[in-house]
Ligand binder design. Structure first.
Ligand code: PMP
Length: 383
């Protein structure tokens, strides 16, 4: 049976056009982007072009793009950089309960080190942050608030603009992890009022291991670097630049910006058909997360009475995922689903389907067939 990949939110396949853009850098080019000779200058020019594409992806300034080794590092730089440089009296941080571990665990680590006081912003049963909840937690002692644009597990979108407005009114910085949103739906940090935005290459059909933190002039000036050294990237991220990766990220950003509108309509229709067919062919299917405010490519479905790990392995060669994680030898339910009020049992019955640029109608047919057979089998085995 043909393999079907419905795990784009974990990592999306490299677009061949991105590969084409990267190939000359990998095979024929030489030079350090910091060198002043012509070889180095060519590398620096390629990096600067990528900077423009990444800035355009999120509505930022090219000069505000700090290339990193992915969104994990960008999130670390935003949180740790802001806390270490926080002015006297601003030693509290607010982070939503459904953030990626690179935000959630970094915040917890900072709190455990005694560098910051942490308040976690709860979410609604639909999986999003209410601006009023943020407002209630804000105060003159808050240095940074971090709320993601779209959740990786449920695809649920947060009202980022309204949240940013309240955060700015309180004089704090607003960081938004747009890793899952950028390239899928329009995102304009200037209009929204975000100070710092994280993105990642491999979620937008670019290479893995490269990403960026995009900031306003003001916000970047307030950060302390996490990686020290030769002072690359405005002193915020030392290390010789990963030129091929950066060129790939730039090409992926350019393609995503050009194509996100048509792609989201096409992918959204496929996702809706997948959900509709599973709901027709199986009883006890529930959607996790508010379906009216969600990324077009994501569906998080609970199959009542069917353990998600078993469903997932029986679906092979169709790749999907669960949000559960292995921790200290035992399986923990998805923190995101639990934060939304799902019971552990319901969370353990939830499967994420995430589609993307190369998903076809026939992939959906195969996925429906395999998912139905798998859920029925698991229900019989355990029922
Ligand atoms: N933030 C979110 C919302 C993500 O989904 C991910 C990847 N799963 C990351 C951050 C981390 O990105 P990277 O793999 O580039 O470190």
């Amino acid at each position: 049976m043909t393999e079907v990949y419905l795990d784009y939110n974990a990592s999306a396949p490299l677009d061949p056009r991105v590969f084409e853009a990267m190939a000359p850098v990998l095979s024929g080019e030489v030079g350090n982007a910091s060198s002043v000779h012509r070889f180095g200058r060519r590398q620096a020019a390629a990096v600067d072009e990528a900077r423009e594409h990444v800035a355009a992806l999120v509505g930022g300034r090219p000069g505000g793009v700090v290339f990193t080794a992915g969104a994990t590092e960008a999130n670390n730089l935003a949180l740790r950089g802001a806390v270490e440089a926080a002015p006297e009296g601003r030693q509290r941080m607010l982070v939503s309960a459904v953030e990626h571990a690179s935000v959630g665990r970094t915040a917890r680590w900072l709190a455990d080190c005694g560098l910051v006081k942490l308040d976690v912003i709860g979410v609604t049963a639909g999986g999003f942050v209410e601006p009023d909840t943020v407002e209630r937690l804000l105060g003159p002692d808050v240095t940074l608030v971090s709320v993601m644009a779209a959740n990786s597990e449920t695809g649920v979108l947060n009202p980022v603009g309204e949240i940013a407005e309240r955060v700015r009114a309180a004089g704090a910085m607003f960081h938004c992890d747009a890793t899952q949103m950028a390239g899928r739906l329009p995102f304009d940090m200037e209009t929204l009022g975000a100070d710092l935005v994280s993105v990642s290459g491999h979620k937008i059909c670019g290479p893995g291991g490269v990403g960026a933190l995009v900031g306003t002039r003001h916000a970047l000036a307030l950060l302390t670097p996490v990686v020290h050294g030769g002072g690359h990237e405005r002193g915020l991220r030392s290390g010789s630049l990963n030129v091929a990766g950066i060129v790939g990220l730039g090409a992926a950003a350019r393609i995503a910006t050009d194509e996100r509108q048509s792609e989201s309509a096409r992918v959204g229709a496929l996702r809706d058909r997948l959900v509709a067919e599973l709901g027709t062919q199986l009883a006890g299917v529930h959607q996790n997360g508010d379906p009216s405010r969600r990324l077009p490519n994501t569906a998080n479905l609970r199959f009542e009475g069917a353990d998600a790990e078993a469903v997932m392995s029986n679906m092979d060669p169709v790749a999907v995922s669960t949000g559960s994680a292995c921790s200290a030898g035992s399986i923990e339910p998805s923190e995101v689903l639990v934060a939304m009020g799902l019971s552990h049992e319901a969370a353990f019955e939830s499967v994420r389907f995430s589609l993307g640029r190369f998903t076809t109608e026939s992939d959906i047919d195969t996925a429906v067939e395999r998912a139905v057979a798998s859920v029925e089998r698991v229900r019989v085995m355990t029922g």
